[in-house]
Design a protein around this ligand. Structure first.
Ligand code: 5RP
Length: 235
């Protein structure tokens, strides 16, 4: 069942430090992506070794399958209600702990789960630390209905913010459209830089057809950055 026979040492270090924060009886949100998968494996190891009693809500079908396969108790978010802590990866982390997420296409569920948590802990390798968000293409989950209309509205919003000549690409899986766990499409906004994340988040959220964007502003409480030598720094 091990998904990561030779995990990236920095991701492993961050995951280990986050799993050390888990206490018996906690209700946890489990993130999505390669770093979160390492964390889930370490968490399952702790549960086996120490007999911890945990209740977990997953941020994607993939994570739910992984966690349940490793013996973790996975329930729906509504079954659990409020969570003590969510541990998740990120694509970019800025000095204010603002994030870009959704590289794995799971940012909609990830945001709902993080919003239902007392604490969001991000685990990442040093490559995710940025001075300013935006080099990573910003994922935006969009309804299939009226998709091209929504894409046009997104382009116009970017123009209105002087981000107009940027590419707005539909995410593909091979030659097919990427379909999220909720059955939606994804647009990736190639912006290079996001001078004002709050303004952009507000503009995107106001567009009909946009289900959720990958800007996580004011949601992350702690970022644990693993280093290749196994040490970690926290932000
Ligand atoms: C998935 C995410 C991931 O947390 C993000 O893409 C980081 O992934 P990885 O740990 O594989 O670099 O937001 O939607």
């Amino acid at each position: 069942m091990t998904q990561n026979p030779q995990p990236d040492p920095a991701k492993l270090a961050a995951s280990r430090a986050a799993v050390a924060l888990v206490r018996d009886g906690m209700k946890l949100g489990l993130g999505t992506g390669s770093t979160a998968s390492i964390m889930v494996e370490l968490l399952a190891g702790r549960v086996r070794a120490e007999g911890l009693s945990l209740r977990c809500a997953a941020t994607s079908k993939a994570t739910a399958e992984l966690a349940a396969g490793l013996g973790l108790r996975v329930e729906t978010l509504d079954e659990i209600g409020w969570l003590d802590m969510t541990i998740d990866g990120a694509d970019e982390v800025d000095p204010d702990l603002h994030l870009i997420k959704g590289g794995g296409g799971a940012h909609l569920r990830e945001k709902v789960v993080a919003a239902a948590s007392d604490r969001m802990v991000v685990i990442a390798d040093p490559g995710k630390i940025v001075d300013r968000l935006g080099a990573f293409p910003l994922p935006v989950e969009v309804l299939q209905f009226g998709f091209e209309t929504t894409r046009t509205l997104v382009r116009r919003a970017l123009e209105g913010l002087d981000l107009g000549d940027r590419e707005v690409m539909q995410r593909l899986k091979g030659s097919d459209a990427w379909i999220t766990d909720e059955g939606n499409f994804i647009l990736d906004l190639h912006l290079q830089a996001i001078p004002d994340p709050v303004l952009l988040a507000r503009a995107l959220s106001a567009i009909p057809g946009v289900v959720e964007h990958g800007l996580f502003l004011g949601m992350c409480d702690l970022a644990i950055i693993g280093k290749p030598d196994g040490d970690v720094v926290t932000l």
